[in-house]
Ligand binder design. Structure first.
Ligand code: CMP
Length: 135
């Protein structure tokens, strides 16, 4: 059934000039853009988005990274969009992600892995509220 999911093109995507490449993959798959904005976030916003990770060892450098420059936040819609986006993104670690996925083709990092996609319907609802409260 139709779902909405929150996707971030993290600052590495913007810095590397891969925004068009990555959005193109989502569009080519057939997903629809519902909302999209270029935004630079502060630490509080990062902590809100990554609430479940704030106590993890990897979080401080992740927070520094996601606040390091503009990112593109968007809501994508389509049939089974949450799972479809996660499949297109590939495994978290770009070094292990399968070729053909966004991370597998374009990232060599576990942190600077280009994209974020909501991991469940509950996460999607929470994250869409955080990023696009008007939707
Ligand atoms: P994301 O899908 O946005 O969810 C949490 C993010 O934390 C993940 O993508 C990576 O950017 C980052 N991350 C997860 N695990 C690690 C790790 N072990 N080391 C560094 N960064 C990580």
């Amino acid at each position: 059934s139709t779902q909405r999911t929150l996707v971030l093109l993290k600052p590495d995507t913007v810095r590397r000039g891969l925004v068009g490449e990555v959005i193109g993959r989502f569009e080519a798959k057939g997903l629809s853009l519902v909302a999209m904005e270029l935004r630079t976030i502060d630490a509080a916003k990062a902590d809100e988005h990554y609430a479940e990770h704030v106590e993890r060892d990897f979080y401080p450098p992740l927070r520094a990274f996601v606040t390091s420059g503009p990112l593109v936040a968007m809501v994508l819609e389509g049939d089974e969009a949450i799972e479809v986006v996660r499949a297109l993104n590939g495994a978290t670690d770009g070094r292990k992600a399968a070729p053909g996925t966004i991370r597998g083709d374009l990232s060599l990092s576990n942190r600077e892995n280009l994209v974020h996609g909501s991991d469940s319907p509950e996460s999607a609802e929470r994250e869409i509220k955080i990023w696009f409260p008007g939707l």
